[in-house]
Ligand binder design. Sequence first.
Ligand SMILES: Cc1cc2nc3c(=O)[nH]c(=O)nc-3n(C[C@H](O)[C@H](O)[C@H](O)COP(=O)(O)OP(=O)(O)OC[C@H]3O[C@@H](n4cnc5c(N)ncnc54)[C@H](O)[C@@H]3O)c2cc1C
Length: 429
Amino acid sequence: MSAAQLPDQVDAVVVGAGLAGLAAARAVHTAGRSVLVLEAGDGVGGRLRTDVVDGFTLDRGFQVLLTAYPEVKAQLDLDALDFRRFDPGALVWTGRRLYTMADPRRRPSLMVASGVAPVGAMLDKVRLAGLVHRLRKKDPADLLRAPDRTTIQSLRDIGFTTRMIDRFFRPLLGGIQLDEGLTGSARMSDVVLHCLAVGDAGVPAKGMQAIPEQLAARLPDRAVRLGHEVVSVGQGEVRLAGGRVVRADAVVVATEGPVASRLLADETGHTAVADPGSRPVAAVWFAAPAPPVHHKLIILDGAHSGPALNVAVMSSVAPEYAPDGQTLVVAACPGVAPADDEGRAVLAAEVRAQLTRWWGRGVADWRVLRVDAIHHGQPEHRPPFDPKRRVALGDGMFVCGDHRDTPSIQGALFSGRRCGNAVVESLAG
Ligand SMILES: Cc1cc2nc3c(=O)[nH]c(=O)nc-3n(C[C@H](O)[C@H](O)[C@H](O)COP(=O)(O)OP(=O)(O)OC[C@H]3O[C@@H](n4cnc5c(N)ncnc54)[C@H](O)[C@@H]3O)c2cc1C
C-alpha cells in the first residue's frame, strides 16, 4: 500500500496496531467515526506476533492468554480462536527431579502429590491454599486498589519461606511478569494469581497473533495500514517517514511506552508520557523428536539451574504448533535479550545445558528453531503501581498501551478500549 493512497483526513488516527491500538480503533469505529491505524511493522499485533518456521508455530517470545482477564470476555471470542489450554498447576524442577504442584480444588487427584512435593514446607502449602482461596473471591479491580509493595515483600509478609518463594513464586510470577527479582507490584501479582486460580492459561491454535487478527478483522477494510512508520505527532496531525501528513481530529499514540514517550516529547525534550522503562525477555524454541514430559503443565525452574525460568512443551498443549509426530519446546528467559547472533547462540547453548541436566543427553539432539530476544518485553511496574494512567492528554491527543494500565494483554486491551471511548467522547463534544 503506498502512502499516496492514505486518506488525508479522518476522525481519529491511531499510531500502532498492537492490541491497544486495535482496541482503541474498534471503539472509535463502533461509534460510527472514521479511523485509520498506521503500523510501522509488516503485520498487526505488536508484541503478539507469530511466525511459521519449518512447519512449527513460533510466537515472538513465549506468552499465554489468561482466560480470566476481564477484557477477554469484553473483546475476544475464545471459541473462534480455537483456544488450547494448559492444565492448571505446574511442574517444578527442584534440582533433582520434577514435582507436581496443583490447586487441590481444581485437581483433587494431585492433592497428595502437591502436598508432599519438596517445593516448600507443609505450612507453605497451607498458606498457598489460603492465599488462593482469598484471591479467588476478589475482583481484579479491587486487588489493583489495595495497598501496594513489592511482590517479594508481600510474600514474605504472608509468611512464605525462602524455599517456597524461590522454588515456586519466583519462576511462576517472575516468568509471567518478566520479574525474576519479584521487585514489581504485589497488586499486579495478586491479579495474576487470581486469574490463574479462576481461569486457564493458553494459546490460540494458530498462535498468539490470532488475537490481534481477530480484533483487526472487525475493522473496515483498509482501516489498518502496515509498513507506515509515524515519525512525529502533533495536534491534529501525524507525519509519516517520507513526509506524508495525515490530519485527524483525534491523534492516538498506541506504541510501546518508550516510543510513546519520544513521540510525545516537545522540542525541549519535555514529554507528556514518561518512559516506563523496559523489562527484557528471550525465548529459545526447540524442535524435539519426542516430548520430554507427558503433561500439559507449565514447567518452572525452582532451582535456578540456568537462564530459563519457564519451559513449556507447546505441542502437548496445542498440537497445531508442531508438524505431526514432532515436538515443540520453548524455554523462556526473563531478564535477558541478547543483542546479536553470538549472544543468542550462547543463550541457546546455556539453555540446552540446563535442560540436559533435567532430561538427559537426548536434549543434545534437539534442534534450535529460533532464539527471540525482546528488549521491551513489558514496561516496569514497580510499587506503588498506578494501574489506570490518563489516556486523554488534551488538545485532541491521546495515548494508550500496556504502559497506561497493567503490563499485560489485559492492560493493553483495557487501555485501548478506555482510550477509544475517550476519543469518541471528545469527538462528540
Ligand atoms: C515475550 C513476551 C511475553 C509476554 N508474556 C505475556 C503473558 O504471558 N501474558 C500477558 O498478558 N502479557 C504478556 N506480555 C505482554 C503483552 O504482550 C503486552 O503487554 C501487549 O501485547 C502490549 O500491547 P500494546 O498494544 O500495548 O503494545 P505493542 O504490542 O507493543 O504495540 C505497539 C505497536 O506500535 C507499533 N509502532 C511503534 N512505533 C511506531 C511508529 N513510530 N509508527 C507506527 N507504528 C509504530 C509497533 O510496531 C507495535 O505494533 C508479554 C510480552 C512479551 C514480549
